[in-house]
Design a protein around this ligand. Structure first.
Ligand code: 73E
Length: 807
C-alpha cells in the first residue's frame, strides 16, 4: 500500500517535529535540521506501518526467516524509503513551500557503509525484496560505530579516514533497551554428573550487554516493512566503585571500554580472512545476541521450542556468523535440556548457508586454542559435532582417512568454519551457476558426494527498484512508457522491452538518456574538482581492488593504447575515459600499488594535450553506494574481467547491464548467466574459461615466457619499469614477471592480455555504429530481467527456507 498522507498532514508532522527537537519553525530551520526532521517524519510513518504489518505477521503465525550477516551496505535511506512509501512527491511539495529542495536534502545523509562490497550490498538488496514481497523476515548485524573507511588519495597513495556516520545516520535507528541480551565470553566450563546426567557449569565469564538498534526498511508499494536489527555492545553495569573511590579512574572505566570495542569498527577486508581476536568476538557477539533474541521471540509466541524448525529458518551469509550453529546447540542443550541428537537435528534443519567465495585466503579457520579460550562451552560443542560427524563418516567410508580428514571440522589445531557450516546446515548454496558448480566439484566435493541433496544454487540479484527506478529516472520513464509499470513489481517483465529493439525512436532516446546521465555524472565530479568529458566513452571498472578482479589487466590495456598513441599521435581512436572506483584493504600492498599506478598513469596522460584528447584515466575517490548510484546509469562499458573461476558472482555487472552498459568480461561468476541472457552478439567475452585456467596451471604457467615472446606484452611490461609521471612501478613489474616464490602473475593477466586487447578493439568498432550499440544496450536492459533480487529471494524462499509471503 502506498502511504495516503496528504501534503498538508505531512506539513503538520514536520512542523511538530521541528518544534519538538529544535524549538524552531520551518522557516528558521537549516538544511541539516530539515534533513533530520524529514528522516524522523519518515521513521514515524514507518513505525505506524510496521505496527499494522506486525499484527498481520503475528496473526498468520507463518514461518519466518532470520538473515544473519556481518555486513549490510545500506547506503542512504531517505530517498529509498520515500520512493518505496510513494511519498516523494508530497515531501517535495511541502519542502518547496519552505524553499527546501528535496534532492539537496538527500545529499545531507551520510551513507550507512556497514559493509565492504558485494556481500554486504547483496544483504541490503535482499532486505528490500523481503519487505516488498511481504515475506516474514528480519536481518541481524552489528551497529558499527565506524563503517568502511573513507578513502583519500594523496599523490597516488590511498589514505584511510574514519567513517563517522552516526551523526546523521542515527536518526534511522530505534534503540530498544527492552530487548537487550547478555553475551558471555571467556571463563571456564566444568562438566558435572548429576542424577539427570551430564551437566555443564560455566563460571568466571565476562559479560557484555547487546542492545538492539532497529532500522526499518519499507517495502515498495506493499504493506511490508522489514527490520534490520543492529546490535551494539554495552558494558553491563559493573562500575568498579572501589577503584573509583580510591582515585583509580582508569581501572574503573576499563571494563566499559573493552565492551564497547566490540562494535567500534567494521573490518575493512573484502574476500580476505582477518584472523583477529576482536573480529572473532564480533562474530560471536552478533550470533549469540541474535539467537537468544530469536529463541525468546519464538517462546513468547508459541511457548515451546518443539516446533522451532517448523517455524524458523536461520540463514548465515558466508561463514562469518557460523558460530550460530554451536550457539543454538548450546541453548537447546544447556538451557532447554534437549538431547544431543534432538538438538543436532533441530539445528541442521533450521540453518542454511550461502558460500560467497572460493578464494583460499578468504576461508575462515580459527585456532582451536583461541575458540577454547574465548568461548569454552562453544568449543566443547564444536568438538562434539566434529566427533559425531567423523564417526558417521568412518562408518560410511571405512578406511578413507584422507577424505574424513578433509571433511573434519577440526584439523591440525584449526577450526574450519566452512566445514562447520556445511555439516551444521541443511542447505549450502553458491551465488551463480558456475560458482555453485565449482563448490560441488572442487571446494566441497567430498561433502557433495556424501550429501548431494544439500547443495543448490541461488544466483545473486540486485534491488532493481533502487538501481534502475531510483538511480536512473530517465530510463525509468522510458520503460514506463514502453512496457508499463508492472516490471517494478515483477522484474521479469523487463524482458518486454525487447519488443522495441527495432524502434529507431526508442533507440535514439536510449542514447539521449545515456548522454544526459553522463553529463549529470560529469557535473557531479566537476563539483569535486574532477573534469570528465561527457562526450567520451565511459569505460567503468567499479569494485573492490583485488588481484583476482584484475584492475591491473585493465591498466595494462590502457598502457598499450597509450603507447600506440605515443608512437602515432594521429591514430584514429574514439575518445575514451577509463573510470576506476575501488577501495583497497588498508594492509593490501599490491592493491595499493595498483591504485598508485592508476593515479600516476592518469597524471602522466593529463600532461600530454594530444593523448588527453583520446584517452583519459580517472580514479574516483571514495567509492560508496551513493557514488555507485550516480555511476551505474552513466556507464557505457562494464569491465568484468576477473580470472575465470575466481569471482563467485559479481553484482555490479548486473547493475550496469540493467542501466544499458555493455559488458566486456570473462566467463566468470554471473557473467556466464549474463551471456546466457543476452547472447554472444550483445556482449564482449574474452579470455580463458575456468577450465582453461585449471589446465594452464596444471601445464605450468610461465608469465615470463609471455613477456619474452609477445612483443605487445613486452612493450607494456617494460613501460612499468620506466614508470609514469616520474614514478617507477618496478614492484608491479616484479609481481608480474618474477613473483613471490617464483610464481609470477598469479592471476594470469598476461595470458588473457592479447585476447582482451583484441576484443576491446572490436568493442570500439561496434561503438562507432551507434544504432547497433543502442540495440545491444536495449537487449542488456531487457536481459537484466532475471537478475532482480526479488527473483533470488523467491528462490531462497521456495527452495531453501520454505517460507511463503503474508497474504
Ligand atoms: O563475487 C562476489 C559476490 O558477488 C564475492 O566476491 C563477494 O560476495 C558477492 C555477493 O555474493 C564476497 N565478499 C566476500 N566473500 N565473497 C567477503 C569475504 C570476507 C569478508 C568480507 C567479504
Amino acid at each position: 500500500m502506498q502511504s495516503t498522507l496528504t501534503s498538508k498532514q505531512l506539513g503538520v508532522l514536520i512542523k511538530n517535529k521541528l518544534s519538538r527537537h529544535y524549538g524552531i519553525s520551518a522557516e528558521e530551520a537549516d538544511r541539516k535540521q530539515m534533513y533530520k526532521t524529514c528522516a524522523r517524519a519518515v521513521v514515524e510513518i514507518l513505525s505506524d506501518k510496521r505496527t499494522r504489518y506486525y499484527q498481520k505477521l503475528k496473526d498468520q503465525e507463518k514461518k519466518k526467516v532470520y538473515y544473519l550477516c556481518m555486513e549490510f551496505l545500506v547506503g542512504r535511506s531517505l530517498k529509498n524509503n520515500l520512493y518505496n512509501l510513494g511519498l516523494e512527491k508530497e515531501f517535495r511539495e511541502v519542502l518547496k513551500e519552505w524553499n527546501f529542495d528535496l534532492e539537496e536534502l538527500y545529499e545531507d545523509e551520510p551513507d550507512a557503509g556497514l559493509g565492504n562490497g558485494g556481500l554486504g550490498r547483496l544483504a541490503s538488496c535482499f532486505m528490500d525484496s523481503l519487505a516488498t514481497m511481504e515475506y516474514p523476515a528480519m536481518g541481524y548485524s552489528i551497529c558499527y560505530e565506524y563503517g568502511l573507511f573513507k578513502q583519500k588519495i594523496v599523490d597516488g597513495w590511498q589514505m584511510e579516514l574514519p567513517d563517522i556516520w552516526l551523526p546523521g545516520g542515527d536518526v534511522w535507528l530505534n534503540q530498544r533497551n527492552d530487548l537487550a541480551f547478555r553475551v558471555k565470553f571467556n571463563g571456564h566450563v566444568e562438566e558435572i554428573w548429576t542424577n539427570d546426567g551430564l551437566k555443564t557449569n560455566y563460571t568466571d565469564y565476562d559479560e557484555v550487554e547487546a542492545v538492539p538498534y532497529d532500522m526499518m526498511i519499507s517495502g515498495a508499494n506493499s504493506e511490508g516493512v522489514a527490520i534490520l536489527r543492529l546490535w551494539r555492545a554495552r558494558d553491563v553495569d559493573k562500575f568498579d566503585m572501589k577503584s573509583f573511590a580510591k582515585g583509580d579512574y582508569n581501572r574503573a572505566m576499563n571494563e566499559k571500554m573493552n565492551a564497547e570495542l566490540i562494535c567500534k569498527v567494521l573490518y575493512p577486508s573484502d574476500n580476505h580472512f582477518e584472523g583477529k581476536t576482536l573480529r572473532l568476538r564480533q562474530q560471536y557477539f552478533l550470533v549469540s545476541a541474535s539467537i537468544q533474541n530469536i529463541i525468546s521471540d519464538h517462546l513468547q509466541q508459541f511457548g515451546t521450542l518443539d516446533n522451532f524448525s517448523e517455524k524458523i529458518a536461520i540463514h548465515i551469509n558466508d561463514t562469518h556468523p557460523a558460530l550460530c550453529i554451536p550457539e543454538l546447540m548450546r541453548i537447546l542443550l544447556d538451557d532447554y535440556h534437549y538431547s544431543w541428537e534432538n538438538a543436532y537435528n533441530m539445528v541442521i534443519s533450521t540453518v542454511s548457508y550461502t558460500n560467497h567465495t572460493v578464494l583460499s585466503e578468504a576461508l575462515e579457520t580459527w585456532p582451536e586454542e583461541l575458540i577454547k579460550q574465548q568461548f569454552p562451552r562453544i568449543y566443547g560443542i564444536i568438538q562434539g559435532m566434529n566427533e559425531s560427524y567423523c564417526q558417521e563418516m568412518w562408518n560410511r567410508y571405512p578406511g578413507e582417512w584422507g577424505k574424513i580428514e578433509r571433511m573434519a571440522i577440526i584439523s591440525h589445531g584449526q577450526i574450519r568454519m566452512a566445514n562447520l557450516c556445511v555439516i551444521g546446515s541443511s542447505s549450502v548454496n553458491g551465488v551463480s551457476k558456475l560458482h555453485s558448480d565449482i563448490l560441488k566439484s572442487q571446494v566441497f566435493s567430498d561433502f557433495y558426494q556424501a550429501s548431494s541433496e544439500k547443495f543448490t544454487n541461488v544466483t545473486n540479484g540486485f534491488a532493481h527498484r533502487r538501481w534502475i527506478c531510483q538511480a536512473n529516472p530517465r530510463l525509468t520513464r522510458l520503460l514506463d512508457d514502453c512496457i508499463g509499470e508492472e516490471y517494478k513489481k515483477d522484474g521479469r517483465k523487463l524482458a518486454d522491452f525487447k519488443r522495441y529493439s527495432d524502434n529507431r525512436s526508442i533507440l535514439r532516446q536510449l542514447r539521449d538518456i545515456k548522454l544526459a546521465n553522463k553529463i549529470d555524472f560529469s557535473n557531479l565530479m566537476d563539483q569535486k574538482g574532477v573534469s570528465i568529458d561527457p562526450h567520451s566513452i565511459f569505460d567503468v571498472q567499479a569494485k573492490r581492488l583485488h588481484e583476482y578482479k584484475r584492475q591491473l589487466l585493465n591498466v595494462l590495456k590502457i598502457i598499450s593504447l597509450y603507447l600506440d598513441l605515443k608512437d602515432d599521435p594521429n591514430l584514429v581512436m574514439p575518445p575514451q575515459t577509463f573510470l576506476f572506483a575501488a577501495k583497497a584493504a588498508p594492509g593490501y600492498y599490491m592493491a595499493k600499488e595498483v591504485i598508485r599506478l592508476i593515479w600516476h598513469l592518469s597524471a602522466d596522460i593529463e600532461k600530454d594535450p594530444v593523448l588527453r584528447e583520446k584517452i583519459r584515466v580517472v580514479f574516483l575517490e571514495n567509492y560508496c553506494v551513493t557514488m555507485a548510484e550516480a555511476l551505474m546509469p552513466a556507464a557505457e562499458i562494464s569491465e568484468q574481467i576477473s580470472l575465470a573461476g575466481k569471482e563467485a558472482s559479481g553484482t555490479g555487472n548486473m547493475k550496469m547491464m540493467a542501466n544499458g552498459a555493455l559488458t566486456i568480461g570473462t566467463m566468470d561468476g554471473a557473467n556466464v548467466e549474463i551471456f546466457e541472457a543476452v547472447g554472444n552478439e550483445n556482449m564482449f567475452i574474452f579470455g580463458m574459461s575456468a577450465e582453461d585456467v585449471e589446465r594452464k596451471w596444471a601445464e605450468g604457467y610461465e608469465a615470463s615466457s609471455y613477456y619474452h615472446n609477445k612483443e605487445k606484452i613486452h612493450r607494456v611490461v617494460e613501460s612499468l619499469r620506466r614508470g609514469f609521471n616520474g614514478e617507477s612501478f618496478d614492484s608491479i613489474y616484479r609481481y608480474l614477471i618474477v613473483g613471490d616464490f617464483g610464481v609470477g602473475d598469479p592471476y594470469m593477466c598476461l595470458a588473457d592480455f592479447e585476447d582482451y586487447l583484441k576484443v576491446h578493439q572490436q568493442l570500439l568498432d561496434v561503438y562507432l555504429d551507434q544504432h547497433k550499440w543502442n540495440q545491444m544496450s536495449l537487449f542488456n536492459i531487457a536481459g537484466a530481467e532475471r537478475f532482480a533480487a526479488d527473483r533470488s529471494i523467491m528462490d531462497y524462499a521456495r527452495n531453501i527456507w520454505n517460507i511463503t509471503p503474508l497474504h
